[in-house]
Each structure stands twice: as structure tokens, then as C-alpha cells.
Design a protein around this ligand. Structure first.
Ligand SMILES: [Zn+2]
Length: 67
């Protein structure tokens, strides 16, 4: 999983593993200091997971409507 810069959205090529080990990094594109705490990353992952569940629910509700 690669994280984009939260400021300039440039792809950083940082993996979740790297961020957990190095929670404070500097963006090479805009020099913003990024402070990824492990809990913040976990929260983002949770949000993504929840969004995927919501998308699936929408899919299934659409299927149900056409039935
Ligand atoms: Zn940046």
C-alpha cells in the first residue's frame, strides 16, 4: 500500500510498514513535514475498509432493486 503526500498528493512510494517505522517524514516534492502516527494510518485504513463495505452495500441494494 503506497501513501500519497497529504499536502501535495504526490505519490510517495512509502509503504505502510515504512510509515509505521518512520512516522515523521518530509515530502520530497513540497517539503511538508508529514507526521503519520500509526493510529492515524490505522484510522485511514479503517475508513477505507468502511467505504468498501458501503460500496458493496450500494451494489447489493442496486441488485435488490432490479430483482
Ligand atoms: Zn508533498
Amino acid at each position: 500500500m503506497a501513501m500519497p503526500c497529504p499536502s501535495c498528493k504526490a505519490p510517495l512510494g512509502l509503504t505502510l510498514d515504512f510509515i509505521i517505522k518512520n512516522p515523521v517524514s518530509v515530502c520530497p516534492h513540497c517539503q511538508v513535514i508529514m507526521n503519520f502516527s500509526a493510529s492515524k494510518v490505522a484510522t485511514d485504513d479503517l475508513k477505507k475498509g468502511l467505504k468498501q463495505i458501503e460500496d458493496l452495500k450500494k451494489k447489493y441494494s442496486n441488485i435488490a432493486k432490479f430483482d
